[in-house]
Design a protein around this ligand. Structure first.
Ligand code: NAP
Length: 248
C-alpha cells in the first residue's frame, strides 16, 4: 500500500519513520525544496501541493489545523481514505474540505517521536483495521465509536504528557527542597517514570498503592499530604476542564 503524506512536519515524520519498512511512502508539501532530504532518506516520490491529485490515494494529512482550508484549495480529486491528525478538527470539517470515500481522525501525542504515542482514533468503520495497523507504527492505538470520546480522551492521550510533567517536576523540586542535588533528583524521578510504565500496565493502581503503603510509613504520610492537597479531585476536574475546551 502507498501512503501519501501531506505536510511532512514533526508528527508526519514520526509516523513515516514507523511505517517506512512496511509501506511505500510519498510526500507532498507546499515548498518542494523542503522535500529533497526526505526524498533521499525514504527513496520516496515527492510532489508539490499545488494541483496535487488525491484521486484513489490513501492520504495522511498532517498540516497545521489552520491550514486545512488552504490545502483543500490546492488539491483536487477524491481520495480513497483521508487520515487526519489535525488536533481539534472534526470529521465534519474534514468532509467539508477534502473529498474522500473514508474519513478517519487520529489524536496522537508527542511521544510519537519515540514510537510510544497514545493514539485515539475514530471515523469510518470500514477503515478501522487499516487505521489501527497504520498508527500502531507510532505506539498504542485505541479505536472509539464517537468524536465525543476522542474529545474526552484528549485530556489524557493528548494533554497527558503535559499533566505528568507537572507531577514529575513537583517530585524533582520536592527532592531538591529536602537537600538533594538537582541532577540526582532528575535522574531518580525519570527512572521512576520508566519503571512505573510496566508496573501500571500489569496491576490495578489501588493494588500497587496498597502493596507499598505500610502502617504509619513513608508512603502513608506522603499519600495523606497529597489527599489534603486534593490532588485526586484536581486531576478529575482537570480532565473535565480539558474536555470543556474541546466542546468550544
Ligand atoms: N506534534 C504533536 O505532538 C501533535 C500531537 C497531536 C496532533 N498533532 C497535529 O499534527 C499536525 C502537525 O503538527 P506538527 O507538530 O507535526 O507541526 P509541524 O512540525 O509544524 O508540521 C506542520 C507541517 O504542515 C505544513 N503546513 C503548515 N501550513 C501549511 C499550509 N498552509 N499548506 C501546506 N502545508 C502546510 C508545514 O509545512 P512548511 O514546512 O512549509 O511550513 C509542515 O510540513 C497538526 O495538525 C497538529 O495538530 C501534533
Amino acid at each position: 500500500m502507498t501512503l501519501t503524506i501531506i505536510g511532512p512536519g514533526a508528527m508526519a515524520m514520526a509516523i513515516a519513520h514507523g511505517l517506512k519498512e512496511s509501506y511505500t511512502l510519498e510526500f507532498v508539501a507546499r515548498d518542494i525544496s523542503k522535500l529533497e532530504k526526505i526524498k533521499e532518506e525514504f527513496s520516496a516520490n515527492v510532489y508539490a501541493l499545488k494541483d496535487f491529485d488525491i484521486t484513489g490515494k490513501t492520504i495522511l494529512l498532517a498540516v497545521k489545523p489552520y491550514a486545512l482550508a488552504s490545502v483543500s484549495e490546492e488539491i483536487k480529486g477524491k481520495a480513497l481514505s483521508l487520515y487526519s491528525v489535525l488536533a481539534g478538527t472534526t470529521l465534519n470539517a474534514l468532509k467539508e474540505n477534502i473529498s474522500a470515500e473514508n474519513h478517519i481522525r487520529i489524536m496522537p501525542n508527542v511521544s510519537a517521536k519515540f514510537g510510544a504515542s497514545t493514539s485515539v482514533i475514530t471515523g469510518d468503520d470500514a477503515k478501522k483495521e487499516e487505521a489501527m495497523r497504520l498508527f500502531s507504527a507510532i505506539g498504542d492505538t485505541f479505536w472509539v465509536d464517537s468524536e465525543k470520546e476522542v474529545d474526552i480522551a484528549t485530556a489524557v492521550a493528548g494533554s497527558g504528557p503535559a499533566l505528568l510533567t507537572l507531577v514529575a517536576e513537583a517530585m524533582m523540586d520536592g527532592l531538591v527542597k529536602e537537600g538533594m542535588k538537582r541532577v540526582d533528583a532528575v535522574g531518580i524521578t525519570n527512572s521512576l517514570f520508566k519503571g512505573f510504565a510496566p508496573l501500571i500496565a500489569s496491576n490495578h493502581p489501588a493494588l500497587i498503592k496498597d502493596s507499598v503503603m505500610s502502617p504509619g510509613g513513608t508512603t502513608a504520610a506522603a499519600y495523606g499530604a497529597l489527599e489534603e492537597g486534593a490532588v485526586r479531585s484536581s486531576f478529575i476536574k482537570a480532565i473535565g476542564e480539558a474536555f470543556k475546551v474541546t466542546q468550544g
